[in-house]
Design a protein around this ligand. Structure first.
Ligand code: ADP
Ligand code: MG
Ligand code: ZN
Length: 369
């Protein structure tokens, strides 16, 4: 079994961590000056680098090269060569303890945590606790942590990572250094995937790459896992159709052609196109959802063109151009279409014939009375 892409390409240095510039700058500076905080809180959507950064800090804390070599230390990076760095990569460092907040909720686990904090590091200078899904911790666990955070022993570094920062008690979060990880842009995801593809010697069409990147919704991990799955088909070549079939979603091209028919009120051609999509084996509720998202973007761009700037995060430049062109076709009447599609979406998810609510909605809105 080859090693998963997302593990193979996990950034080994702060320099490789993409799209989190402010966080990288602050942490690198702390590493250069050898001034780690005792507690961090990493918040943000999945697949944006929280666990990766936590492991980088764990390496910084105990990297042997950094301890020996004052000039190297000034780089603010781990060496990735020493025994400790390697052990952390392999998940077997005794001084780096990773805890999954979702599955460690019992009394025994909390007792172990307290005990672990009390005992101190085995070999390194620091003992690092990485607590993932921290929002899932129980009250008892928070209480145990709170005591530690109030008077942290010199050797402790606690890193809490969560996708739901609102659920972390403020007594805890106020005692941590907080970092907010941002959803990553499509452009960045494409850049990283392009490097991986080159390295893995895989051929992929640009529209296939684009669909992988946009469907990942700002998560490097989702994009990399999907790529992994596609590579495992073993063709050495990935087409748009491969991606579409794997995720059950149509690419931007098909979506935008269909939306254009609706915007131009071309009823007969839209019905024909819809039946092609159904026959193609695509998931119609998913298609409707994507279509709604598309039309929503078109509508927003029509009434608030400055939103284009924000959308550059989620879309490539070429696609944004097409959306802008489509926004010129959008009229007040089309808001009714959006409403009907929302209703159809609600009906079709439970329908034996999901195409019917969709067709009906389109006919109702596009027919000329
Ligand atoms: N900022 C990033 N730069 C480059 N790759 C990233 C970044 N964030 C995540 N990844 C990729 O996604 C994978 C999962 O990231 P991880 O740090 O576990 O995300 P999470 O925020 O969910 O903890 C990594 O192994 C890496 O390949
Ligand atoms: Mg994580
Ligand atoms: Zn090292």
């Amino acid at each position: 079994m080859p090693i998963a892409i997302y593990r193979k390409y996990r950034p080994a240095t702060f320099n490789d961590l993409l799209g989190q510039e402010i966080i990288v700058r602050i942490l690198k500076e702390a590493a250069k000056r050898d001034k780690l905080s005792h507690a961090y809180l990493f918040a943000g959507p999945r697949g944006t680098g929280k666990t990766t950064t936590a492991r980088l800090i764990a390496k910084i804390a105990n990297c042997e090269t950094r301890m020996k070599d004052a000039i190297f230390r000034k780089k603010g990076e781990p060496c990735n060569e020493c025994k400790t760095c390697k052990e952390i990569d392999e998940g077997r460092s005794l001084d780096t303890i990773e805890i999954d907040g979702a599955s460690n909720r019992g009394i025994d686990e909390i007792r172990n945590l307290k005990e672990g904090i009390r005992v101190g590091p085995n070999i390194g200078r620091y003992k690092v606790f990485i607590i993932d899904e921290a929002h899932m911790l129980t009250k008892d666990a928070w209480n145990a942590l709170l005591k530690t955070l109030e008077e942290p022993p010199e050797y402790i570094v606690i890193i809490l990572a969560t996708t739901e920062v609102d659920r972390v008690p403020s007594t805890i979060s106020s005692r941590t250094q907080q970092f907010f990880f941002e959803r990553v842009t499509v452009k960045r995801i494409i850049e990283k995937l392009t490097k991986i593809i080159k390295n893995e010697k895989i051929e992929i069409s640009p529209d296939a790459l684009d669909l992988i990147a946009t469907s990942a919704e700002g998560s490097f991990r989702d994009a990399e896992s999907l790529l992994d799955q596609l590579i495992s088909f073993g063709k050495g070549e990935i087409s748009l159709e491969d991606v579409e079939k794997t995720i059950g979603k149509v690419g931007f091209g098909k979506l935008s052609e269909f939306a254009e028919l609706l915007l131009k009120k071309n009823l007969d051609k839209s019905l024909v196109a819809l039946s092609h999509i159904e026959n193609g084996g695509y998931n119609l509720p998913q298609f409707t959802k994507d279509l709604l998202q598309y039309l929503r973007r078109v509508a927003v761009l029509k009434y608030a063109p400055s939103m284009a700037e924000l959308m550059t995060k989620e879309l490539s430049e070429d696609h944004l151009k097409i959306l802008l062109a489509h926004s010129k076709l959008f009229t007040d009447a089309h808001t009714g279409l959006i409403q009907s599609l929302i209703t159809a979406y609600g009906q079709m998810r439970y329908s034996q014939f999901p195409i019917i609510p969709l067709e009906t909605a389109i006919i109702e809105q596009l027919k000329i009375v």
